[in-house]
Design a binder for this molecule. Structure first.
Ligand code: GRG
Length: 301
């Protein structure tokens, strides 16, 4: 019944239901503060619960459903991904990176608490994500658990979030479009790719189906970040007194600045077509994934 309730209905309904299930899963994983530091647990909850679209968790659930994986397992993997995602936002907001005051409409973690707590809560969220994946409750097969841990490690390390963020902060002198897409692929694409890869690991699919899902994921990750860049540029232009592309001023040029808003929109729509093409062979049961691709390109937040 849980599986039914979280995957049926409109995309909005599914997001709302999944959000509640993911919040509960993360809350359980953080656990009680008994015998532990209360402030650390509170900061972890502040960062990881009650906010965000949960796009990556929904992606795991949709792929797992497509290949016959269980919703309960997908929730655990989704919770792990959302912990990593929350950590990356907490550290990205720090004064040594983007120096932001607001995140998801509320004060950033280091503003609400302090910088040391923000660094440590982020660290503990990374550890928690790997703990969730390595726990037997996530999957009875140790080989699957090891595969999940290995893939997530690759998605957050030098070839993933950390490497992409580094390239964002220290871009090449004259970045090419390829450099831009490389950066976006790592900074944002790697975790989205992991969401799809992990969903596929929870069920059964052929080598060909897995390859198609990964092609879908790579195009989806890129389009998600390009839309993020477009929303940033539109937001920056609308805020009086804020220089266009504040983040880009400190590092790379974003896709909207490099391609122009129209160029970025055209590229996003090409990537969306490639997402749909990659799903062609799956038929109607891939419609939740098609909805997610449409959402990634048209979203307003
Ligand atoms: C994970 C070890 C490790 C290091 C992280 C700080 C850092 C290194 C990476 C930051 C990368 C970063 C800020 C990427 C931006 C990704 C992005 C598009 C964020 C917005 O995602 P949404 O729209 O946000 O899904 P919500 O709030 O809806 O969850």
């Amino acid at each position: 019944a849980l599986r039914e309730s979280a995957l049926s209905g409109s995309l909005d309904d599914r997001l709302t239901r999944l959000r509640a299930d993911i919040d509960a899963e993360i809350d359980r994983a953080i656990g009680t503060a008994r015998g532990r530091d209360r402030r650390l647990a509170e900061a972890m909850r502040y960062a990881a619960i009650g906010g965000g679209k949960r796009f990556r968790a929904l992606l795991v659930a949709a792929v797992a459903d497509l290949v016959g994986g269980s919703y309960a397992q997908a929730l655990r993997v989704g919770a792990a991904i959302e912990c990593i995602h929350a950590q990356s936002l907490v550290h990205d907001d720090l004064p040594c990176m983007d120096d932001d005051d607001l995140r998801r409409g509320v004060p950033t973690l280091h503003r609400k608490f302090d910088e040391a707590t923000a660094v440590l809560a982020g660290d503990a969220l990374i550890a928690l994500a790997f703990e969730i994946l390595a726990d037997e409750a996530t999957h009875p097969d140790a080989a699957v658990r090891a595969g999940l841990v290995l893939s997530l490690a690759r998605a957050v390390g030098q070839d993933g979030l950390a490497g992409g963020q580094m390239m964002d902060l220290f871009p090449p002198a004259r970045p090419s479009r390829q450099d831009l897409f490389d950066c976006e692929q790592r900074k944002t694409g790697a975790l989205i790719r992991f969401a799809v890869e992990a969903g596929a690991m929870l069920g059964h699919c052929s080598t060909d189906e897995r390859a198609r899902l990964l092609t879908f994921a790579e195009n989806l990750g890129l389009v998600f970040q390009i839309r993020d860049d477009m929303l940033d540029s539109i937001g920056d232009a609308a805020v009086v007194g804020k220089a266009v592309g504040k983040d880009a001023g400190a590092g790379r040029k974003n896709a909207a600045e490099m391609l122009g808003l129209d160029g970025a929109a055209r590229h996003a729509s090409r990537l969306e077509s490639m997402c749909h093409e990659a799903l062609d062979n799956f038929g109607p049961k891939a419609s939740p994934l098609r909805d997610l691709a449409r959402f990634a390109v048209n979203r307003m937040h």
